[in-house]
Ligand binder design. Structure first.
Ligand SMILES: C[S@@+](CC[C@H](N)C(=O)[O-])C[C@H]1O[C@@H](n2cnc3c(N)ncnc32)[C@H](O)[C@@H]1O
Length: 407
């Protein structure tokens, strides 16, 4: 089937060429996109499990493209309920021939049929078992067990994927009650949240979106802005701002000016176009490296440090994060995060606040960075810190620390 060829091609771009899933999927034809997106993200989210199954059946590690075909087959067998197992095998064998891998048809057939007959024996070792069951890299599971203990680690890694989006009203134009009434009149189902609602995205919402009446923003990202306690007249510096989600929301919470920085021009452009769609005011966009101090920027009442991070807190919706981030990346990320936070300190007024945040669940990028900073800077207080773990109900893994410069 042509969809299987698209799934195969997209997975080749991701596994072989190192592309991110959303980029690779952009080239898939519209009429096949829903099927291909589900299959590709489904396979990515089960990648560790699928690799384990392959390694426990095949004598030696298959080459990349064969491994991709096997992952597709195993995924179709386990997760495509409408497709009988043997039809799934036939489809993959057919796909193998069409992509020039006809010579390994027998091998693919044998591995998939063995899986159908024998299933999977999970590892006895607790960390390995959690890794395979939850499809999380083993090195990361070991870190989580150390940090959270086995029970909590198992719980949050095992939560089901949350498929709804969180939308919020543009506070410049209306409020959440107006939004609920409009959704009611459009017969759109939603679940209320503190500051917006959870919804299954549909084409019906494009009108509201294009007019800047709504936007997609997670509850944790909104909480990060709300914990800044911005007030009218304040100057805010957003050091790592693109695509502008927090800066734009901050500018709706109070009448403020926000200097929005990012170190890549195409990302700075994203902030500008987002601010334009949301009809924001008080937003200034600047190409600027957050590790470098600019005395000419002056002092600020609030400094947002939404630093680049591993992103493991949102791996549920972006499962290719596990392919792209290695254990060795954590220490280099932590070094940059610490430099950004220490640079942020140079911009804050007395009594002013730094909001340090990440969308990761790893202590090295969160508490360790903030604790190290406070230890070396006794003219700053830690006002609060909150660590969110994915709950399967719309909350992602996220960390927010509020740090205040003593008056
Ligand atoms: C987590 S994202 C920010 C999300 C943004 N705050 C929002 O709410 O939409 C981190 C951003 O930091 C930027 N970045 C990475 N290294 C940077 C640096 N040294 N200086 C400035 N920005 C940087 C990345 O380009 C990315 O846009």
């Amino acid at each position: 089937m042509k969809e299987d060829l698209y799934v195969y091609d997209t997975l080749c771009m991701i596994f072989r060429d190192g592309r991110w899933g959303d980029r690779a999927l952009a080239s898939v034809r519209e009429d096949s996109r829903a099927f291909v997106t589900n299959a590709v993200y489904g396979i990515l989210s089960k990648n560790v499990t699928l690799e384990y199954i392959i390694s426990s059946i095949a004598q030696k590690r298959p080459k990349n493209q064969i491994s991709i075909l096997l992952k597709m087959g195993l995924y179709y067998i386990d997760y495509m309920d409408s497709l009988p197992n043997y039809a799934a095998v036939d489809r993959i064998v057919e796909c193998a021939s069409r992509v020039g891998k006809g010579d390994v048809k027998g091998f693919i057939n044998a591995v998939l049929r063995k899986y159908i007959d024998k299933g999977i024996t999970y590892p006895k070792d607790k960390a390995e078992n959690i890794s395979v069951r939850t499809s999380t890299p083993l090195w990361l599971v070991k870190k989580y067990i150390e940090q959270y203990g086995i029970e909590q680690c198992e719980r949050f890694l095992g939560v089901p994927k949350f498929t709804k989006q969180h939308i919020r009203p543009n506070l410049r134009l209306w409020n959440k009650d107006d939004l609920y009434s409009r959704l009611d009149s459009m017969n759109v189902d939603y679940v209320k949240s503190n500051n917006g609602c959870f919804i299954s995205w549909s084409k019906q919402l494009y009108g509201l979106f294009d007019q800047g009446l709504i936007t997609i923003q997670s509850p944790t990202s909104m909480m990060c802005c709300e914990s800044s306690d911005v007030k009218d007249g304040m100057r805010v510096l957003d050091m790592c701002s693109a695509p502008g989600g927090k800066a734009v929301y901050l500018s709706e919470l109070a009448d403020i000016t926000v200097k929005c920085c990012d170190n890549r021009q195409h990302r700075v452009d994203l902030i500008a176009s987002y601010a334009e769609r949301m009809k924001s005011s008080g937003i200034e966009c600047v190409l600027s490296d957050a590790t470098v101090f600019h005395v000419e920027y002056g002092a600020f009442d609030r400094v947002m440090c939404d630093v680049p991070c591993s992103g493991f807190g949102v791996a549920m919706s972006k499962p290719d994060i596990y392919l792209r981030r290695q254990e060795s990346d954590i220490s280099s990320l932590a070094a940059v995060q610490s430099r950004i936070l220490r640079n942020a300190a140079k911009y804050v007024n007395c009594g002013g606040r730094i909001i340090y945040s990440t969308c990761t669940t790893l202590r090295e990028e969160n508490e360790d960075i903030v604790d190290g900073f406070i230890k070396d800077n006794n003219h700053f207080n830690l006002v609060s810190q909150r660590n969110f773990l994915p709950d399967g109900k719309g909350v992602d893994g996220f960390y927010i620390a509020v740090i205040e410069r003593k008056a």
